[in-house]
Write a protein that binds this ligand. Structure first.
Ligand SMILES: Nc1ncnc2c1ncn2[C@@H]1O[C@H](COP(=O)(O)OP(=O)(O)OP(=O)(O)O)[C@@H](O)[C@H]1O
Ligand SMILES: [Mg+2]
Length: 399
């Protein structure tokens, strides 16, 4: 019998790869540990055994948002009340954030009560939420004038606690729980963060089914510890890193195989190596090779081209979306970090490259940290939050 080669062309319309912020990947690879820990938390909550909340931290584009929302979906499927919010950095973000929390709670509770047909039991809680929404962001002097509503005190600590207690009391007998999923948690305003940590603490003392599940940059655990010393014992902390080689290979190969295609081994190896296992880069390279390869299995030459095309896309989207956010001075600071050629240079070395003292750069360092461009992996050292940022800065034309 003659040997027949089946050539499969990949249809661009069916391209499953999704480079982008918070976009669900075709397969969620390499997060078994976190998914299992969370599944156990949910399973135990049904038996009214309450464990610690979960904090996921890692660099930009590593897959925190995606993981967080898939955990929220899991909790939702298992009958939890789930609320998802994303924190924002600036000061007017604080009031907006609290309003958003009020809105999301209102929406989430109504959705939950309809789904589980418990409207009557939830009406009093919705009243508390409305009181909270009116009072938040307006300061302690707020007078709640509406009649019949439980007065929200305007004190964020008390109000959050009152709310969580009321919700927990309804959910506990049902074997359900309240999960508050907070993305970019390092940007939460200090008062709200302190209030949430306090109420999570109270919840574990009183066995309320309330869990904060947070995601954020690598400085998040330190931010929590600075806010409340007991935060260190309050959560299970998990670092979300780049995928290992096998998981990275599966993240590329599985979606392609699902459509009848494949990679040659050397093509796959090249893409895995070039991505460094970073999920965002894997999606970008996967998308590129799918679109450009004339046929499958994808060959080494296709992979080489895909890395070039993928990097171009990254240079037009992923990297500039951070770089463009920096002021001129912050850009000089970022450039100096890149110029050290080190992953985690000492602040002194960066300052020296800029021709100033360490204290001369402390304000620009702080503002770059607040913007989530860099973080301090240890005292006196600084690092990018964006993988590959140093190379991007070095290869961009000097402006
Ligand atoms: N486990 C995974 N396997 C494969 N691809 C993934 C995985 N997790 C995330 N991705 C993909 O990586 C990209 C970045 O994911 P995501 O936005 O969740 O990252 P992030 O850590 O929240 O980034 P940022 O810090 O910028 O918010 C998306 O395109 C997503 O589809
Ligand atoms: Mg994210």
């Amino acid at each position: 019998m003659p040997y027949i080669t089946i050539i499969v062309h990949m249809d661009r319309e069916l391209n499953p790869f999704k480079p982008g912020s918070g976009l669900r990947p075709p397969v969620l690879e390499g997060r078994g540990e976190q998914v299992e820990a969370f599944d156990l938390l949910v399973a135990r909550s049904k038996r009214r055994i309450y464990d610690r909340g979960l904090i996921l931290s890692g660099l930009r584009g590593v897959g925190k948002t995606t993981l967080l929302s898939s955990l929220a979906d899991h909790a939702d499927r298992h009958g939890w009340l789930t609320i998802e919010i994303e924190a924002r950095p600036n000061a007017d973000g604080a009031a907006a954030m609290r309003r958003k929390l009020g809105q999301q709670l209102d929406l989430g509770l109504r959705r939950y009560s309809r789904k589980h047909r418990v409207q009557r039991a939830f009406d009093p809680i919705l009243e508390i939420v409305r009181g909270f929404s009116l009072a938040v962001g307006l300061g302690p002097a707020t007078v709640n004038v509406s009649s019949g509503q439980p007065a929200a005190s305007g004190d964020i600590d008390l109000d959050v606690e009152e709310l969580v207690e009321a919700i927990a009391e309804e959910l506990k007998p049902r074997g359900s729980a309240f999960g508050l999923f907070i993305d970019e948690m390092q940007d939460l305003d200090g008062d709200l963060l302190a209030a949430l940590l306090a109420v999570q603490h109270r919840a574990s003392q009183r066995e309320w089914p309330f869990f904060v599940i947070g995601a954020g940059l690598p400085n998040l655990p330190a931010t929590l510890a600075d806010c409340r010393s007991y935060a260190e014992r309050q959560f299970l902390y998990s670092t979300i890193g780049p995928l290992g080689r096998d998981a990275a290979a599966d993240a590329l190969r599985q979606p392609v195989r699902k459509h009848g295609g494949d990679f040659t081994d050397d093509a796959l190896t090249l893409l895995v190596t070039a991505s460094g296992g970073y999920p965002y880069f894997l999606q970008e390279f996967g998308k590129a090779i799918w679109n450009l390869a004339p046929e499958t299995p994808f060959q080494l030459e296709d992979a080489e081209l895909a890395v070039e095309v993928g990097r171009e896309h990254l240079d037009e989207g992923f990297f500039p979306s951070r770089w463009d956010r920096a002021t001129d001075r912050e850009r000089r600071y970022l450039t100096a970090i890149a110029d050290t050629g080190e992953e985690t240079p000492r602040s002194g070395k960066v300052a020296a490259l800029m021709g100033v003292t360490v204290s001369g750069v402390s304000d620009v360092r702080d503002s770059a940290i607040r913007k989530g461009l860099v973080w301090a992996p240890e005292h006196g050292r600084i690092a990018f939050t964006v993988p590959g940022m140093a190379d991007f800065i070095r290869r961009r034309p000097a402006s």
